[in-house]
Design a protein. Sequence first.
Length: 386
Amino acid sequence: MHTPFTGLNKVVDRPEEALFFAFCEYHTNQYGFATSIGADKFMGRMEGCIKSAQAGVEMIAYEYLRPFSLQLAAHNLIANCLDPLRLFKIASLPYPKDKDSIDYRCVFEARRNFAIALQLLLIELADPDRLVADDLARIDDLSRERLFSAGKSIELFALGRRDNNGRVTKPPALYQSKRKARQAYAALTRDGVECVLDSFLCRIVEVVGVTYAIYAINRWKRPISTLLKLEANRNFYDRRGWKYVVVGVGSGKCGRFRAGLREDARKFHNITHSSLWRDQICMDMETIASASSPFTHIAYWDLKTLGRFVRGDDDSRVSARIEQIVTSLPDHMSVIYSREFDNHHLYKCKQVFEILAPRWFPHHGVNWQSKSVRDQLERWWKNQLL
């Protein structure tokens, strides 16, 4: 949140224009000012971003840090402030000497919310949600043209046994009948076996006598999720992202499927490179393990491809970063049901605790370096799991 709160001393007709001028003066690129929306639209957009910033801060406190949420609640003066000028004026006040005072916290929260709002505005100006949605829709169209069999789909039911950590480490049993899947689930449950039953509506890919049942997931990163990566000083490709889960693999004409395992995911990963990743979908790099984040658990596994989606004609070509993930059925189910930090929710909790908590709530009476605080949060996080 490295945003200046001084230097608003230009001679203009209105305070709104002064704030907009300061924004433009600070946020420039090689072509000049980084926006052309004008002062009035800027104020309206900033008001919406301040509201989103407040909602984001409240969501982080409630969803990930709830045992301390009462201590993390915003000062009333900040919680009720959507006016960019008023919030800026509070943020511009000097900090009081007493860091434990309510006034110090009020100034900090004003600076925090204003900085988050600016970041959200910059994300939207640089990469509007509308373009993200349009690009993902076009990529999905291309996948149906190049990769998936037209008009073919199948619903598969996966019954997986959980180990002591909640992971699905053995190949799940696949059923095409919901009734049979439920009967098998009930029988295992009666025998005291901890298991999970999931359904997947899959698209079909047919390659040289092998049929892949693929569950496709849209991984469009919303601005708050993008902001989390920016706060961690990490590059992000997955604002436009998608994930392919190799649910089942069949061969011949029997119509039966077995669970898709890591070796199947590797083969399908290569199939996408030869069929989908060409022309407008350009590969930057391929990774075979998701080790790009320091928070990635050793048990987590997928195959990641990074690249760019090119839109426009030869005279106006624009590219946007994209990310594809391919994984196996047991790994996907473990991401949902594990009770360790390869679980996606726990992974996110760890990120929030180590990155956002000390930055967004440093003056709220919680020692984020304390082992007892972390242990208390870990117990609460895990108690929320299935």
